[in-house]
Structure formats: structure tokens, C-alpha cells
Design a protein around this ligand. Structure first.
Ligand code: HEM
Length: 455
């Protein structure tokens, strides 16, 4: 049995296409090679398959044990660190997920409902009628505030301000396709001084690290001395407190380095993606008057000051958010999986060492599952249910996104709050284009909007 075929252009050229035009690269490859193809876009693996066949995806996500494992994510390692949940494998990965997941469970998320609505009203309230603003930037401010609260609990003061600025500056380095591209070319990750792209990136990372280490030190000493002023019982359910009190089988606590890597992971993964998803939803809602009308009608049924959970359950709002995540998924592929034992997939014999990526974008654009896939049609989510191998913006199996509940909750509450209280319009008539931003895909112009006034 032979391997799946794939684009024949040189590896370096495929990597450049993957960096600069990932959608164009995938659309062209699937047209020629179908729903499983060999793509030399990450690292130097002899066989790296992008898969957009639901049956095969089911096999990949359910087989995350013996034959297929979830290896380290080498692309994210320089950003998140060696001890990030994205980079850990096997039993250490399982242990870390067990630790991190409970605070992100749906029930816990409810506690953040009011906060999300209030932050949105506050941020929007600062924009005057007629003023233009970039929706993605505004969403980034909101989603960063939310994740800081989840991770650190009550968190105010100078260091909190510096950390917010530092994280936004650090995340924004990926606006440059060049810096994003460096993630796929590890040999070019060289510190050639503060003005070089990688040097600049490392210095910003260093600044954030220092703030995170200072926070970790302060929290450790506060726990050691409960009488200190900084010790506040109410902050103990936050994730940092949880990580600080975690012990491994041998009774050992997490080191500062391990804590830093996990904090960086949650802060970056937890705000960048969500901000992009909300910006896309706002774009489609204001681009398509019919969608906006339907949504406003549904939101108006809830009356004044609705409960966050009633907003969360609205069917049309849910369909709009799902459709936004379908048409331009924030992550176009899952993180990698690796074949460890010889196996068969879609009639191909796969050797150990083969890399597999679930291709979220191509699956979401299959004509047989989503007729007119390039059209934004929320109704498709009202008309039928899609399996987790047909619609999977948050991935699947053992690496399925741990922030899914928070992200969806936040998306719906922010969109609902904005539409209910404010009249907004797109500032530009030209369509938004998706563009690479690190390992994600974001609106190239950030969705420029204009405030028209109160509603
Ligand atoms: C719309 C927003 C988001 C999208 C589209 C998204 C998407 C994804 C995807 C596709 C994966 C890889 C899953 C796989 O390979 O099977 C992932 C993993 C992950 N996500 Fe998210 N995510 C979002 C929000 C969040 C938030 C709010 C957090 C908060 C902490 C978060 C934390 C993580 C973490 C820690 C992982 C790694 C899990 C592991 O390796 O075990 N994400 N996400």
C-alpha cells in the first residue's frame, strides 16, 4: 500500500505558502489530492498528513492511546515553554489536563457571566458616537481581562497593568507574517539583537516572564504566610492557587518554570483565540443584514437585563457563533498526532513516525456536509446536528481544547451585550480577509467598526 500523495513543490516553498496563504494552499491541495494528503508544512517529517475525512478523524481522535499518540507541539514550544500542556506528552500531559480542566468546566464558567457582560459594556461605553475602532483589538482587551481573572483571581495594581500591556505586545508580534513564519522555520529562530524579529520577540517574552515570576514568588510567600496582607481567601479558587497547591505522586510541587509555562499557555491560548472568534462573529453579523435582524429579534425576546445563562442558550445566537467558527476556524488544523504502531487509515498503511493533523478548515468546507460552504448560513446549525468529526473548531480527543466552554460562553455574552446596547456598523465596505496570526487565522484588518450610538 502506498502513502497518500501531496503537493510536489519543494518543502521550503510549501512552508512559505503555508505561512502566507494557508487557505489557498489547503484549497488547492484538497482539490487535487482529496481528503487526505501529504503536506510538508511543519518540521521535516517525511510523511505529514492533513486529514479532512470524518471517518478518519473519528479514528484519529478516538485512537489517542496506543497506535496514535499526541506528541509535543514543537511549533508552540518557543512561545509557551517546555512545560506547557501543549508540549507535555503521555502521563504528564494527562496529569496536567486533569489539574487544569475542572476550573474551565461549564459550571465554573457561569461565575464569570456577569463579569463578561460588565467588561463589554465598560469597554463599549468608552467609544463615542461616530468613533471608529478595531473590533479585534477591543475584543482582545476584554478576553484578556477575563482570562486574567480566571487564572489569577482578584488581580489589580501596577503589575497587573504591566502584564496586560506586555501580553498584548507579545501576542501582537504574530501580526507580522514574518514572525509567524519563523515558528515554522526553527533554524531561523536566531536572536540577532533587539531589532531583529526573533530578538524582539524574545525580549518581549522576557518582560512577560519577569512579571509572571514576580507574581509566582509573591503568591508562594503569601501562601506560606497566611497572615500577610496579600493573602485573600477569595482568590483561592483561581488557577494559579490551584497549580501552587498541586502535588505530584512523590509529593513534589510544581517548579517556578513549570508554573510560568502553564500561565503563559493559558494567558495566550485563552485570550488570542477568543478575541479572533468574537471579531469574526461581529463581522458576519454586520456584513449580513438578515443575520443581524434575526439575531436582534431573538435577543429582544429576553427583555432587559437577561441572565447570562438565558443568553447562552439562545438557538440563533448559538448558530451564528458556530457558523463563524466553521467558516474561518481560528485554528485551521489541530495540534499534531503521531502514529506509534503500524496502522491503516483510509486504506493507506501508515508507518510509525507519520504525523497526522485533523484539518479543521477543509472539513468545515466540505461541500457534502456544508452545501455552499463559502456562504455564511447560520441556519445550517438549526437544520441539523453535526458530529464532532464534522464540526470541531476546538479539536478533539485527548488534546481537545480545555477552554471551549469559556470561549463559547464569552463569545455569546460579548456579542449579545454589544448588539443589545449599541448600534454598530462596519467601517469599511471591502470584505475582511483571513490572515495568519501565529498558528491561528485572524481577520487581516481586525474588523474596523464604527459606533453609531446607543440602541
Ligand atoms: C474560540 C476560541 C478557541 C478556539 C477556536 C480554540 C481552539 C483550540 C484547538 C483547535 C486546540 C487543539 C485541539 C486538538 O488538537 O485536538 C486547542 C487546544 C487548547 N486550548 Fe483552545 N481554543 C480556544 C479558546 C481557548 C481558551 C479560552 C483557552 C483557555 C485556557 C484555551 C486553552 C487551550 C489549551 C490549554 C489547549 C491545549 C490542550 C492540550 O494540549 O491538551 N483555548 N484549542
Amino acid at each position: 500500500m502506498k502513502h497518500p500523495d501531496g503537493p510536489q513543490t519543494p518543502r521550503w516553498l510549501q512552508k512559505i505558502q503555508w505561512t502566507l496563504d494557508p487557505l489557498g494552499y489547503m484549497d488547492a491541495a484538497t482539490q487535487r489530492y482529496g481528503d487526505i494528503f501529504n503536506a510538508s508544512v511543519v518540521g521535516n517529517y517525511p510523511v505529514l498528513l492533513l486529514v479532512s475525512n470524518p471517518e478518519a478523524l473519528k479514528q484519529i481522535f478516538s485512537g489517542d492511546t496506543q497506535a496514535i499518540t499526541a506528541p509535543s507541539n514543537r511549533v508552540l514550544q518557543p512561545v509557551m515553554g517546555d512545560y506547557s500542556v501543549f508540549v507535555l506528552e503521555g502521563s504528564r500531559h494527562r496529569r496536567e489536563r486533569k489539574l487544569l480542566m475542572p476550573p474551565f468546566h461549564g459550571d465554573h464558567m457561569r461565575a464569570y457571566g456577569r463579569l463578561i457582560c460588565d467588561l463589554t459594556e465598560k469597554a463599549m461605553g468608552q467609544i463615542t458616537p461616530g468613533q471608529r475602532f478595531a473590533a479585534r483589538t477591543l475584543m482582545q482587551t476584554i478576553s484578556l481581562e477575563v482570562i486574567l481573572k480566571v487564572v489569577f483571581g482578584l488581580y489589580e495594581g501596577d503589575r497587573a497593568q504591566q502584564l496586560k500591556q506586555g501580553i498584548v505586545a507579545f501576542a501582537n508580534t504574530f501580526k507580522s507574517p514574518f514572525v509567524s513564519g519563523l515558528l515554522f522555520f526553527p533554524s531561523l529562530q536566531k536572536d540577532l539583537g533587539p531589532r531583529s524579529p526573533w530578538g524582539y520577540f524574545l525580549r518581549l517574552q522576557q518582560q512577560v516572564n519577569q512579571l509572571l515570576y514576580a507574581e509566582i514568588r509573591e503568591r508562594r510567600s503569601a501562601i506560606a504566610d497566611p497572615s500577610s496582607r496579600q493573602f485573600d481567601q477569595s482568590t483561592r479558587s483561581d488557577i494559579l492557587s490551584l497549580l501552587l497547591s498541586a502535588r505530584d505522586e512523590a509529593g513534589g510541587a510544581m517548579t517556578d518554570r513549570e508554573l510560568r509555562d502553564e500561565l503563559m499557555t493559558l494567558l495566550i491560548a485563552g485570550h488570542e483565540t477568543t478575541a479572533t472568534a468574537i471579531a469574526w462573529a461581529l463581522y458576519w453579523i454586520h456584513q449580513l443584514p438578515e443575520v443581524q435582524k434575526n439575531l436582534l429579534e431573538e435577543l429582544d425576546t429576553l427583555g432587559d437585563a437577561p441572565e447570562p445563562m438565558s443568553i447562552f442558550r439562545l438557538p440563533y445566537l448559538t448558530a451564528v457563533c458556530n457558523e463563524a467558527l466553521r467558516i474561518y476556524p481560528v485554528a485551521v488544523v489541530t495540534v499534531p498526532r503521531e502514529v506509534r504502531e503500524p496502522m491503516e487509515l483510509m486504506g493507506y498503511a501508515l508507518e510509525p513516525g507519520t504525523r497526522l493533523y485533523g484539518c479543521i478548515y477543509l472539513t468545515h468546507h466540505r461541500e457534502d456536509i456544508y452545501p455552499d460552504p463559502k456562504q455564511f448560513k447560520p441556519e445550517r446549525f438549526l437544520d441539523r446536528q453535526f458530529s464532532p468529526y464534522e464540526f470541531f473548531p476546538f479539536g478533539g480527543g485527548v488534546r481537545r481544547c480545555i477552554g471551549e466552554a469559556l470561549a463559547l460562553y464569552e463569545m455569546k455574552l460579548v456579542v449579545a451585550t454589544m448588539l443589545t446596547h449599541f448600534r454598530l456598523a462596519l467601517a469599511d465596505s471591502k470584505p475582511e480577509r483571513p490572515q495568519r496570526r501565529g498558528v491561528t487565522l485572524a481577520p487581516a484588518d481586525g474588523v474596523k467598526m464604527v459606533m453609531q450610538g446607543l440602541r
